[in-house]
Design a protein around this ligand. Structure first.
Ligand SMILES: *Cc1c(COP(=O)(O)O)cnc(C)c1O
Length: 363
């Protein structure tokens, strides 16, 4: 529904879930097919090369009917035999450390302040201190708007033997280039409701050969999230259990859109729309929560320096303009606000958002 026509619903510019286009909903509303049928194999097989291109991998891409946390937990359960190092710089990355402990794993946090990025130096130092076999990293920390220097951090992890790198790209995947194989990432995972502009409920991931070897030797992987089950089924273009077929219709549709637009154009569009929000903030003298050079291209987190009544602002946006932004997440709720530019947005729809923000600015 990415037009500027009047809406009968509240359009989300929060950093997930985001707005889903009408054509995507239409694509999802097709009749069911059996998940062991030739029609399903054709659907999955047809998506595979496009998914591999987006992931930057020659490995199979797996489809998990779960939100991203399912595969985030799965990755550490399948791969950790000794000790996991969780790089923590915001709400999502912090929680991964908590999840690791709840799984009964030996887990340490490498912490920087919210609003800062993990640096290669800090990571190298942390990795030299204990015998880790897994590192978790959130590429784009959606709570703070920080985009960690993924390629550089992956290079540091690869300086250490037998340490696997698991990367959450939930809010950056498909919006900015990511090269899983070239950068030496062992597990790359994402979810459907952020930059892919689909409803929630689907997670996608791929695992390196050495990650699969590790999983083979890790006991108690369970069934639903067993990497080996995903691999055995993906060989036949199937999934271990009945997947969210409607979402896969939507994914197929979105992938066709991405490749029709061209990936370079898609990346450039995200940078451009993000730049529009940046320029709007500069016009009003707003400060970014994330440091320059380490900012996300899919969302912007502004500091609420002027102590605006953010809830009242969002109410006006909703009531008068039928759209919504986000007023901070976790411990920085009320102290920051976040605006998403991911998905199917274009210059006209971002301009409409900017006009609405201007018309309701709480000054
Ligand atoms: C949204 C988000 C998640 C959580 O995804 P769920 O779909 O709620 O499991 C994890 N990591 C990041 C970086 C996110 O932005």
């Amino acid at each position: 529904m990415s037009t500027t026509t009047p809406r009968n619903y509240t359009k989300l510019f929060i950093p997930g879930p985001i707005d889903v286009s009408e054509d995507t909903y239409a694509a999802m509303s097709r009749p069911m097919i059996g998940h062991r049928s030739g029609d399903f194999v054709k659907l999955y097989e047809g998506m595979m090369p496009k998914l591999q291109t987006l992931f930057g991998t020659s490995r199979p891409v797996f489809l998990s009917t779960s939100s991203a946390w399912g595969t985030m937990e799965a990755a550490i359960r399948n791969l950790t035999q000794k000790r996991v190092l969780n790089c923590c710089c915001g709400a999502f990355s912090d929680k991964w450390n908590d999840v690791a402990k709840r799984c009964g794993l030996e887990a340490d946090a490498l912490r920087v302040e919210w609003g800062e990025a993990i640096t290669p130096e800090l990571l190298r130092e942390a990795l030299s201190k204990a015998d880790y076999d897994v590192v978790t990293l959130v590429h784009n920390e959606t709570s703070t708007g920080v985009m960690n220097p993924l390629k550089e951090l992956a290079a540091v992890v690869n300086e250490f033997d037998d340490v696997l790198l698991v990367v959450d790209t939930v809010s950056s995947f498909s919006a900015t280039p990511i090269a899983m194989d070239d950068w030496g990432i062992d597990v790359l995972l994402t979810g459907s409701q952020k930059a892919l502009a689909l409803p929630p409920g689907l997670s996608l991931f791929a695992a390196s050969e050495r990650a699969m070897k590790r999983a083979e030797a890790t006991p108690n992987r369970g069934y639903y999230f067993d990497f080996l089950e995903f691999a055995a089924n993906a060989e036949k273009f199937m999934t271990p259990s009945t997947p969210c077929i409607s979402l896969l219709y939507g994914l197929d549709h979105q992938l066709n859109k991405f490749f029709a637009e061209g990936l370079e154009n898609r990346y450039a569009r995200h940078r451009k729309l993000n730049g529009m929000i940046d320029a709007w903030g500069a016009k009003h003298g707003l400060t970014h929560f994330a440091p320059e050079g380490l900012r996300s291209v899919t969302l912007t987190t502004f500091a609420n320096d002027r102590d605006w009544d953010l809830d009242a602002w969002n109410k006006r946006l909703k009531n008068e303009h039928q759209l919504m932004i986000n007023m901070g997440y976790g411990k920085i709720k009320g102290k920051t606000f976040r605006i998403s530019n991911m998905g199917d947005e274009n210059e006209a729809t971002i301009q409409e958002l900017i006009d609405a923000l201007d018309a309701t600015l709480p000054v």
